[in-house]
Design a protein around this ligand. Structure first.
Ligand SMILES: [Zn+2]
Length: 296
């Protein structure tokens, strides 16, 4: 999410050498502390586990041939994610791919370290890949400010995916869905997970929030508004038995965890994607309306 312009993010300290030590320094922002509170890992369904922090998602999809990790949260989240992977009994070194939702510091900040420690290949949309490789968001990002500092540790050689492309590790097959709006490279991912003979569609939903720097107006680009609305509609229409958003509270993940029992998997909700899309549509409409009001 990261309403950067409004949150007054401190500069990201970098040394000339861009050494790993400096680059993996904690990133400070208004909500980073509460976002990064450690959280126990837990099973979502089948081979899919939550390994993120209290308020920043990271998912692990496992197979005997290797695993796929989705997102890396903040730089300071990377050790927590690695500890969670180990707590579940898996090896960080067996993570073969790291997929990114969108290239903002709160979802991609930990990826460089996770890549180093696992040796995994990082995968993102073409637009997301260029931001990960540059370490800095561009002028086309709604959260861009003229005083933009590098906010993401650079990730070397990112593999790019196109819309509907499937990435594989062993039997795992995850599909990329381009859902531009929050960023131009925003990517939602989906896959199937099974328990005994019951297979369900899991969707890792990228942010559909119209968060931006103060000066940015979505309505300045009608094409962008059309694109954002199409992404919202696309997420709403996905085959979706379990929706997990990049910020877990967007899809009520922790509330559902608290209500979960051995007999009732409260993450299963066929309306999860549609409900999140409906919320996002309302928020975008409200945002567009507010952009028409005279500046104060
Ligand atoms: Zn974001």
């Amino acid at each position: 999410m990261a309403m950067a312009g409004k949150l007054g993010i401190a500069a990201f300290a970098l040394t000339l050498a861009g050494s790993a030590l400096a680059a993996d320094q904690e990133f400070h922002c208004t909500h980073c502390k509460e976002w990064n509170v450690p959280h126990k890992p837990f099973k979502i369904y089948g081979n899919t586990y939550y390994v993120g922090t209290a308020e920043l998602s990271a998912l692990l999809v496992t197979s005997p041939e290797g695993h796929i990790l989705l997102d890396g949260a903040l730089p300071q989240s990377a050790p927590l994610i690695e500890a969670n992977i180990r707590k579940l009994g898996f090896r960080v070194e067996d993570v073969k791919l790291i997929l990114n939702s969108h290239a903002h510091f709160d979802h991609a900040g930990g990826i460089a370290r996770l890549q180093r420690d696992s040796g995994a290949t990082v995968v993102a949309s073409a637009h997301g890949a260029s931001v990960l490789e540059d370490g800095v968001i561009g002028k086309d990002d709604p959260q861009y400010t003229p005083a933009e500092e590098p906010r993401i540790e650079k990730v070397a050689s990112v593999r790019t995916v196109a819309d509907n492309e499937v990435v594989r590790v062993g039997d795992l097959a995850l599909t990329a869905h381009m859902t531009p709006g929050h960023t131009l490279g925003a990517t939602t991912w989906s896959w199937t997970a099974c328990e005994q003979k019951r297979c369900l569609d899991i969707v890792y939903v990228d942010s559909l929030n119209a968060a931006s720097a103060d000066s940015f107006r979505y309505s300045d680009s009608p094409a962008r508004v059309v694109q954002f609305k199409a992404s919202i509609a696309k997420v709403g229409a996905l085959q979706c038995d379990i929706a997990v958003a990049v910020h877990p509270d967007f899809t009520h993940l922790m509330e559902n965890l608290a209500r979960k029992t051995a007999r009732h998997n409260t993450f299963i909700d066929k309306n999860g994607c549609r409900d999140y899309a409906d919320d996002a549509r309302k928020r975008l409409d409200a945002r567009l309306k507010s952009e028409k009001l005279p500046a104060r």
